[in-house]
Design a protein around this ligand. Structure first.
Ligand code: FES
Length: 156
């Protein structure tokens, strides 16, 4: 007979909330924020382990559906970041994102998802320290509002 563990379907027990640490998906532009994260790493800056990074060529490439899917899959927060205005390698990608993200956040609020679960920031390749601060702040904000609505791993 196969051994079952707590993750076996139908036998799953959520972990207590005290063990919860926010899980953040970072969707970063290759040219600025991803390079900034790389710079932070090579400068040996401490970054919370809560962040997993997905690299895209431009923040303008970020589809709102990706953010919604990340939350649906259990992410507690999504951080989208790209080049500063005027620095986008594809001219206006970050303009589009800067317009799109507030609309997405409003729509998510209508669906009952806290507005602080999605964040959009401009971070350049030389701003590794700023990125570390942004992630720290985001983790602190998420700790205040608790696990995401679709995070089934933890008891609320
Ligand atoms: S290339 Fe970085 S936001 Fe467009």
């Amino acid at each position: 007979m196969a051994k079952t563990d707590e993750k076996t379907e139908g036998n799953y027990k959520p972990k207590p909330l005290e063990k919860w640490e926010p899980f953040i998906l970072g969707i970063f532009c290759n040219w600025c924020t991803y390079a900034g994260a790389d710079q932070a790493g090579t400068s040996r800056m401490q970054r919370p382990a809560n962040l997993r990074v997905m690299r895209v060529m431009c923040s303008g490439r970020v589809e709102p559906q990706w953010v919604m899917e990340a939350l649906k899959q259990g992410a507690d927060g999504v951080l989208i970041s790209g080049c500063h205005i005027g620095d986008c390698h594809y001219v206006e990608g970050n303009f589009k994102t800067a317009r799109r993200m507030p609309l997405l956040i409003k729509m998510l609020e209508q669906l009952g998802i806290h507005k602080d679960r999605v964040k959009f920031q401009f971070v350049s390749a030389s701003e590794g320290a700023e990125l570390t601060e942004i992630v720290d702040e985001f983790v602190a904000d998420l700790k205040k509002i608790g696990p995401g609505p679709f995070n089934k791993k933890f008891k609320k």
